[in-house]
Design a protein around this ligand. Sequence first.
Ligand SMILES: [Cu+2]
Length: 235
Amino acid sequence: MFDLKMQPGTTQFEDGKPTETWGFNGSYLGPTLRAKHGEKVVVNVDNALTQPSTVHWHGMHLPARMDGGPHQMIAPGEQWSPTWTIDQAAASLWYHPHPHGETEEHVQRGLAGMFFIDDDTTQQARLPHDYGRNDIPLIVQDTKFNNDGSFDHSRPPRRLRLPRRPDPRQRHPRPLPAGQRRTRTAAPSQRLHRPYPQLRFRRQPQLLPDSHRRRTPQHPRTNGAPPALPDRASP
Ligand SMILES: [Cu+2]
């Protein structure tokens, strides 16, 4: 059983400029969790932040309801206790929040930790095994700071811009002042169905599964070839 608490804190990355950070059971990053193949684990995750978040077990094979995706938010002050049985080979995994649209920011603030899975091959592998002495986890983050030492959460401009969807209110004519009449220029159905030719696509037959393809009827006695037409000349 593991206990993880998401909590705020401060971390000194640069002298005299403390940064407000988040961490699991501390002010920044989180403890390394470790379990063996076949073991049953329970993680009690407490949210001591002022906003909701989640914890997702990156790379773990486990049921969706234990996965901590955007659909499993933990409200501030709440606890979430997923449980599962480790059912995969030795691996170095990690855990991190997965709130929709805010994963990057929550990880940048410091919510990330490692989850090691061991199995029978772990001790046989010719690798250093002494955790913290010669087996040292390394977490690399690429982050940006503001001049005051706080994290810069601004995002680069998006390269890909799709055309804006027409405002549905614009599809209907504005009400006219009393006594005035409007002349129709197009039938309502034409105005409603004039959106984006470039975003329309056709169903591509080659992408359909085999069961959806039109089959040429196979004739059993002629080994697939269509049966020969009867010869009109013969009796
Ligand atoms: Cu992930």
